[in-house]
Design a binder for this molecule. Sequence first.
Ligand SMILES: [Zn+2]
Length: 236
Amino acid sequence: MKNYMTVQEIKDNIDFVNLAITLKNIDAKSREDMKLVCEEEDLNIENLTSNLQIHSDIVTLINKDNIGQKIEGDALITNINKVPLLIFTADCVPIGIIDKKNKAIGVVHAGWRGTYDKIAQKTIEKMSKEFNTNPKDLICVIGPSIGPCCYEVSEELVEKFNTNFTNCNEKFYIIRNNKYYLDLWKINEYILETSGVKKENIINLNLCTSCKHDEFHSYRKHNQTTKRIGMIMEIK
Ligand SMILES: [Zn+2]
């Protein structure tokens, strides 16, 4: 098995970034494992920067003062090259954001709390403030995460989302055999689109970590595993 996957549309169309998503034989929380990935994909591990993730909506700008740190929060943005940004997930939604015009990037950890708090929108807003990003120039990747096929939640949680996302026609959940399934992919796509990202620039890999638990870590499927998928992105 390979250590990581790449995204062909990004490889083919955007020459200034490296984006890798680690597979099951890598634990992104392990520095040793990430060293393998960084060597293979030519990422600069010395500057590897990540979050101490707390299911918040905190977005942090990475500049020369905090490169290489582990920062409390759930999204990171930068326009400095050779600084890989790393997000950990196992069922939660990892989102990569690329500003092709200003050569800036962002990575986002969106579980249901981050999704509810619209962390993807807040990340784009901060990129606009810091890098003068126009959302129309953004390419976004929704990485492997638990899909509406498998993400069973309580009726109360569905109701909570319904009250926060009222003015849209999309249905963000499925009812099957009297059980509720939340669609975090669709909600995050909606958040990206309402933030100004063009629909055709949202690449949803449509990889469900629970269905594809042979390839990816899944918190639910793997009995609350502590291992994590890494979405890692660097400006070359
Ligand atoms: Zn599934």
